[in-house]
Design a binder for this molecule. Structure first.
Ligand code: GDP
Ligand code: MG
Length: 163
């Protein structure tokens, strides 16, 4: 089976920043994947010799709040269907929002591995702030900074353990 990692979460948590970091060195060989859909981006990544496809969800069309939230829910359901591992990204600088809770409710129902990724943990001071994300009941919280790359190695170690 294909190794597919989907990054889900509400807008502006940093999904695309992590996606770019995970796939940046692989862009040349993944042109086959571009333009598959308007709303998602697929590219290859590799970690400790294991290759996998990363899906960046998002690029949602901004309409009414209802349409907006429905689009996000759709993306989460598609990710659950298509992915082998799901990264649920949240933002330590904003904490838990209603939309985060809604996404968590959906993700708790899948038997696929879900990793809670607390992004924007740019410095140690923010590490303890991410503890609130344990309230999702989705297990371990991985602290990362998609901008600096801090914490992404530990996350990837866990992700590729499924491949
Ligand atoms: P998306 O909507 O979830 O795809 O989020 P983006 O990747 O577009 O990022 C939203 C904003 O958060 C941008 O201004 C990013 O530069 C910023 N951002 C992403 N990751 C980090 C991070 O690790 N630390 C900080 N401080 N900002 C980040
Ligand atoms: Mg994005």
């Amino acid at each position: 089976a294909a190794n597919i990692v989907a990054i889900v979460g509400r807008p502006n948590v940093g999904k695309s920043t992590l996606f770019n970091r995970l796939t940046e060195s692989r862009k040349a060989i993944v042109d086959d994947f571009s333009g598959v859909t308007r709303d998602r981006h697929y590219e290859m990544a590799e970690w400790i010799g294991k290759k996998f496809t990363v899906i960046d969800t998002g690029g949602f069309v901004h309409g009414s709040d209802d349409v907006f939230e429905e689009a996000i829910r759709d993306q989460v359901h598609i990710a659950i269907d298509e992915a082998s591992v799901i990264l649920f990204m949240v933002d330590v600088t904003t904490g838990i929002t209603d939309l985060d809770d809604e996404i968590a409710d959906i993700l708790r129902r899948t038997s696929k591995p879900v990793y809670v990724v607390a992004n924007k943990v740019d410095h140690a001071k923010r590490t303890h702030e991410s503890a609130e994300f344990y309230a999702f009941g989705l297990g371990e919280v991985y602290n990362v900074s998609s901008i600096t790359g801090s914490g992404t190695g530990e996350l990837l170690d866990a992700v590729v353990s499924h491949f």
